[in-house]
Design a protein around this ligand. Structure first.
Ligand code: NAD
Ligand code: TYD
Length: 350
């Protein structure tokens, strides 16, 4: 029996990772630790919350004493660390929150691992889930590989780069078994409607303006979130200690082209006449320090661990739109703030 601590499991990607592990590994004990910030939503996990191999712990990774007490009590075999402040725009208005959770929070987890896994470092695993944004921005050509130098630009990517460095430093200095993956932009169900795709879906649905930063010429490499969760599963189980893997969709889209595709899908799904959703597109002031282009070379993951993305983008986007339209209550609760009452009503009374 393996006891795995998954941090940030109530968030977008974390909830997909938790679901995958709970369903696929009934003999693992999955402990989901989450602070339940605005981005954490336990309603993301209603389908697995009653499983005997799943538990939720409300905790803040910036609280070293709380994290230490948990490690002492639980004797985890591994950590899959996803908890983070994750939105670039928020990092521009409040960088300190990103330093606290992404840097200090990660170091707190590493310190607990160092203390409570002493003498056993090789049999335990600390998996840090990171982003391709640590590599900075690309021009018109080239791709990020695992050996690309770090060159973060936003406070978000700077904080993730810093946490990556600390994870490697704890491996090199203390011998803790670590792995890191750096993934491109994810899309899919249960995504908080502040990032481009879920925000645009929500706005189009409600006939609100769809804000496109600058001229919409920035490029992102989109990956279906369940393909990311599958990659994490493979890397967690098969990567050698100290290794880094890049995860990406080989799926580059200019923001404006992506939004036009989304508008076309939404027109069809909502029974609108063609062009109605696209009329909502509104060009707004560009993001400060906006990275032009991200693109991941995931050859290492494909060749060494036999992982390839499973979904074509248009199919994935259509599935995603359908999920949001079929889960109106989830979306209403998230946009109204009601989802934050879920813990109080369903958990704290237990
Ligand atoms: P998210 O914002 O949806 O979820 C983050 C989760 O972390 C939330 O549940 C939140 O409550 C929790 N959290 C935040 N601060 C915490 C704290 N101090 N203590 C405990 N829990 C806390 O983020 P996401 O998009 O699911 O991203 C998950 C991870 O994957 C992050 O580390 C992010 O950097 C990385 N990542 C994201 C993407 C992407 O496209 N979203 C791409 C590559 C990597
Ligand atoms: P986002 O989803 O915030 O992810 P990231 O900044 O981590 O890549 O943004 C994706 C792209 O979409 C990015 O180039 C910024 C742009 N964008 C918009 O044009 N409008 C928006 O409302 C948002 C949130 C993002």
């Amino acid at each position: 029996m393996k006891k795995i601590l998954i941090t940030g499991g109530a968030g977008f990607i974390g909830s997909h990772v938790v679901r995958r592990f709970v369903n696929k590994y009934p003999d693992y004990e999955i402990v989901n630790l989450d602070k339940l910030t605005y981005a954490g939503n336990l309603a993301n996990l209603t389908d697995v919350e009653a499983r005997p191999n799943y538990r939720f712990v409300k905790a803040d990774i910036t609280d070293a004493a709380e994290i230490n007490a948990l490690f002492e009590k639980e004797n985890f075999d591994a950590v899959i660390h996803l908890a983070a402040e994750s939105h670039v725009d928020r990092s521009i208005t409040d960088p300190t929150a990103f330093v606290m959770t992404n840097v200090i929070g990660t170091v707190n987890l590493l310190n607990s691992a160092r203390e409570f896994w002493k003498g056993d470092y090789a049999t335990k695993r600390f998996y840090h889930v990171s982003t391709d944004e640590v590599y900075g921005a690309l021009g018109d050509t080239g791709m990020f590989t695992e050996t690309t130098g770090y060159d973060p630009h936003s406070p978000y990517s700077a904080s993730k780069a810093s946490s990556d460095h600390f994870v490697r430093a704890y491996h090199d200095t203390y011998g803790i078994d670590v792995v890191i993956s750096n993934c491109s932009n994810n899309y899919g169900s249960h995504h908080f409607p502040e990032k481009l795709i879920p925000l645009a879906i929500n706005n189009i649905k409600n006939s609100l303006p769809v804000p496109v930063y600058g001229k919409g010429e920035n490029i992102r490499d989109w990956l279906w979130v369940e393909d990311h969760a599958r990659a994490i599963d493979v890397i967690f189980h098969e990567a050698k200690t100290g290794e880094t893997y890049n995860i990406g969709g080989h799926n580059e889209w200019k923001n404006i082209d992506l939004i036009h595709l989304l508008c076309k899908i939404m027109d069809k799904k909502l029974g609108r006449k063609e062009g109605e959703s696209a009329s909502l597109i509104t060009f707004v002031t560009d993001r400060a320090g906006h990275d032009l282009r991200y693109a991941i070379d995931s050859t290492k993951l494909q060749e060494k661990l036999n992982w390839v993305p499973s979904l074509q983008f248009e199919e994935g986007l259509e599935k995603t739109v359908e999920w949001y339209l079929d889960n109106e209550e989830w979306l209403t609760n998230v946009t109204s703030g009601n989802y934050q009452k879920y813990y109080e009503t369903q958990y704290s009374a237990r």
